[in-house]
Design a protein. Structure first.
Length: 292
């Protein structure tokens, strides 16, 4: 049998098949929304050290008037709104640096752990570490800037089992004595004391107390002076790379910011800021933090 196919009919047939293919591929490309985010970690080089910043998740503090002092409530709300943040709920990002010096793997602060005092978005540090390829058993030292609940909460799990089985814990004796004092159980700080005792007492035999101005780990020093009493001011740690790269300063500050909302806004220009717009970016890197 002979088919009489003209050039015009072949072109028409090709156009029709192309249209069908496009419609089909469009239909097959549909997929459910994933609802996931990129991993909560960031890595950079600091001199000879490698620093990985892991998140413990967003920390909602609620009404900003209880967090920022010395400024009017209206001004705080305006600054938050101007930076596209909720004027009624201050949300901080809890970022912990993990510094690999080549000899030691040092974690600064452990987040909220199993406590949900500030809501369900906290307590993801272990997950962030896993996403970054860091195993808890590889941590050699845990440095606690102070003993507030959002800094020491992840030393043990819900069953009081140490989460960093091979690590020594470094903290000032002033903070340890103040926040583990059983006599404060009847005070407004009871929840903080309960959490400090839960996390610090099970690892008491591993705790090493440091002093102001002491370089208690290679390249890690607690600057002095510091506030005379435990407070909600941020703590910072001096990190001095052995061989700084041409693009880095001879020393930088690795921040451990507390719930006061103040932090460092850049690793290269460590300038303190009390603006709420900076409060949600507490990371040593200048990369903006995010909320899910």
């Amino acid at each position: 049998m002979t088919l009489d196919v003209s050039r015009r009919s072949l072109l028409a047939l090709g156009a029709g098949l192309g249209a069908s293919a496009m419609l089909g591929s469009s239909a097959m490309a549909r997929a459910p929304k994933l609802g996931t985010q990129t991993p909560y970690w960031h890595r950079f080089i600091l001199g000879d050290a490698e620093v990985t910043v892991v998140s413990d998740g967003p920390l909602p503090l609620g009404d900003p008037s209880g967090t920022f002092t010395g400024v009017s409530k209206e001004e705080v709300k305006k600054m938050l709104a101007d930076n596209f943040l909720s004027p009624d709920n201050v949300v901080l990002e809890q970022n912990s640096p993990i510094v690999n010096t080549g000899d030691k793997l040092i974690l600064f602060d452990t987040g909220m752990g199993s406590s949900k005092m500030f809501g369900p978005t906290t307590g993801r540090q272990q997950k962030s570490m896993m996403e970054a390829g860091i195993k808890p058993e590889d941590i050699d030292a845990v440095v606690c800037s102070h003993a507030h609940i959002d800094h020491i909460g992840g030393i043990v799990d819900a069953n009081n089992k140490p989460l960093f089985p091979n690590a020594q814990i470094y903290i000032s004796q002033t903070d340890f004595d103040f926040w583990t004092d059983e006599g404060k159980m009847g005070s407004p700080a009871k929840d903080f004391v309960v959490h400090a005792r839960k996390n610090l007492l099970p690892v008491r035999d591993r705790i090493v107390f440091f002093r102001d101005g002491q370089e208690f780990l290679p390249g890690v020093c607690r600057p002095s002076p510091r506030p005379a009493t435990p407070s909600a001011t941020p703590s910072s740690w001096s990190a001095r790379p052995a061989s700084p790269s041409p693009s880095s300063a001879t020393s930088r500050t690795i921040p451990c910011c507390c719930w006061s909302g103040r932090g460092w806004n850049s690793p290269t220009t460590p300038t303190r800021s009390r603006q709420p717009s900076r409060a949600s970016s507490c990371s040593p890197c200048s990369r903006p933090t995010r909320r899910p």
